[in-house]
Design a protein around this ligand. Structure first.
Ligand code: ADP
Length: 228
């Protein structure tokens, strides 16, 4: 079943030096439960596509649909891990993780309980009161992962989530994500530059080209025994 669909999506940015085209008639269909790795050269529109799928950025033309409904804003069916360390630096770990629940109107007690559960899950049981500045890169991405999972989204949008980590932390987080995907089979859209990572985690790999929003390769990956 198609869960997410991009139909003739156009995205252009107006800049002082003219119009920049990020996607120009982009089409994609993602099936429920797929783990989609998105690769491609820098500047080919990968981040822009994820932001629009998350509802954080508007399309210029065309549409992105989730369950057949046009995406116009963020929603609890989609969780997002932004590129880089995207935690709010002024907020505690607990408040960072609790943020999507707060926006969704989840009451304080339920939120606190869920934050505790998520902190245990990502291996930071005593981290609630810390600030992002006090955390290592690996710990910050654990918190960002917990924030993405807070509302148990059906679609996880992940923009190079582990790209800045050292090899050991990257492996640990890949493993954690692999476990979560295997258990829950939620749909994942995962931007990466790391072909090994894509092959290890994904069920499907798409490669964008520099022609704005064209797909050059679309491969099914045989997960075979590669089970976490
Ligand atoms: P990728 O994630 O594949 O590296 P992006 O989606 O970040 O690519 O960018 C696609 C194109 O859109 C690039 O040419 C980039 O410079 C441009 N772009 C992205 N965001 C903006 C913005 N906020 N303002 C102007 N141009 C942008």
């Amino acid at each position: 079943m198609t869960i997410l669909e991009a139909v003739s999506v156009v995205k252009s940015f107006t800049t002082p030096s003219g119009t920049v085209s990020a996607l120009d008639g982009f089409d994609l269909q993602v099936q429920e439960g797929e783990f989609l790795a998105i690769l491609g050269p820098s500047g080919c529109g990968k981040s822009t596509f994820l932001h629009m799928a998350g509802g954080f950025e508007a399309v210029t033309a065309g549409e992105i649909r989730v369950d057949g409904k046009r995406v116009t804003a963020p929603g609890r069916d989609r969780g997002m891990m932004f590129q880089g360390y995207s935690l709010f630096p002024w907020a505690t770990v607990a408040d960072n993780i609790g943020w999507p629940m707060r926006v969704a109107g989840v009451d304080t007690a339920t939120r606190a309980e869920r934050v505790r559960e998520l902190l245990v899950m990502v291996g930071l049981p005593t981290g609630a009161g810390l600030y992002p500045g006090q955390l290592s890169g690996g710990m910050r991405q654990r918190v960002a992962l917990a924030r993405m999972l807070a509302l148990e989204p059906r679609i996880m949008l992940m923009d190079e989530p582990f790209g800045a980590l050292d090899a050991q932390n990257r492996e640990l987080l890949q493993e954690e994500l692999g476990h979560i995907w295997t258990r829950h089979r939620r749909t994942v859209l995962f931007v990466t530059h790391d072909i090994d990572e894509a092959v290890a985690l994904a069920t499907r790999i798409v490669v964008f080209t520099t022609r704005p929003g064209r797909i050059k390769l679309d491969l099914a990956v045989d997960r075979g025994e590669m089970d976490f």
